[in-house]
Design a protein. Structure first.
Length: 289
């Protein structure tokens, strides 16, 4: 974290130095204190004001905030509830909002910071995102495009795709797999932690999902034994309107939507475990879902 913060500030200061002095949004803590002291003086004492004083009175105000029973003063934008962030705190402010929003992107973070702070800019957020290791983990490598005939779904539950994510390299107690069930139109997913990938356990969770969400007209899976097993077919007989189809062998593109979701789920789950300092990914599935 400290290395990231140091690199962030070195680039931020270099970028701010290239701007004209009157367009810089950075206010260091000592500058904030000087401005607040001068505002206090101008409001308490009837003294002759300079042009700079009038600019300060037009632009800034002082907000008194109670923190743990102690009243502290914060620099505030005149006529608003927006506070100025000291340059030393910019990284921490962006970092806290970014993590609270599940590693949200530039637009999400800027929308929230602009509701609270007067001088956190898009460029500062973009610079911070360059140093977020978790966000870089989520970025998949560029792959060669493959021309595939698109699957069109016109309503919810018209088609669903189901697949297993192998977590055997990072088991959580007895749990070693994740069942990913995705509605093809809405992309809504249902995630279940599995101890094994036997047809019995897969069938149990499919019944649970169908009873909750309703069975799709078409259920698409790969050619794994757990999905082509007789037991799964018997489960589908309980919903005769549901037809089971399989993708082409060794052709993951036919399961493209759920395969892409698998990568997103693994990346978001990795971020959740790092943020919560936990290896119990089965508990994080609810939040990822």
């Amino acid at each position: 974290m400290e290395n990231r913060k140091t690199d962030f500030y070195s680039k931020l200061i270099a970028a701010e130095e290239k701007k004209a002095s009157n367009t810089s949004s950075l206010l260091y803590r000592n500058e904030c204190e000087q401005i607040m002291n001068r505002l206090d003086e101008l409001k308490r004492v009837n003294i002759k004001k300079t042009q700079k004083d009038y600019r300060l009175l037009r632009k800034y105000d002082i907000l008194e905030v109670t923190v743990e029973g102690i009243t502290v003063k914060k620099l505030q934008k005149k006529g608003t509830n927006l506070r100025f962030v000291c340059a030393e705190d910019v990284f921490d402010v962006i970092d806290a909002i970014h993590r609270a929003r599940g590693h949200g992107g530039r637009t999400i973070v800027f929308r929230e910071t602009s509701e609270k702070y007067a001088n956190v800019s898009r460029s500062q957020i973009e610079l911070y995102l360059q140093f977020c290791e978790e966000c870089h983990l989520k970025k998949s490598t560029v792959r060669k495009s493959v021309t595939v005939k698109p699957i069109v779904s016109n309503s919810m539950n018209s088609r669903a795709q189901v697949d297993l994510i192998d977590m055997q390299s990072q088991p959580d107690g007895k749990h070693r797999f994740i069942l990913n069930y995705q509605d093809h139109l809405t992309k809504m997913v249902c995630l279940r932690a599995l101890q094994t990938k036997t047809a019995e356990e897969v069938a149990f969770h499919l019944v649970d999902i169908f009873c909750d969400k309703g069975a799709p007209h078409i259920l698409q899976s790969d050619n794994g034994r757990e999905f082509s097993n007789k037991l799964v077919k018997e489960v589908l007989m309980m919903w005769p309107e549901c037809k089971m189809v399989h993708g082409k062998p060794r052709h993951s593109q036919s399961q493209g939507s759920v395969e892409r979701a698998n990568r997103d789920i693994e990346a978001i789950l990795a971020c959740w475990m790092k943020d919560n300092n936990s290896t119990q990914w089965s508990q994080g599935l609810r939040f990822v879902q």
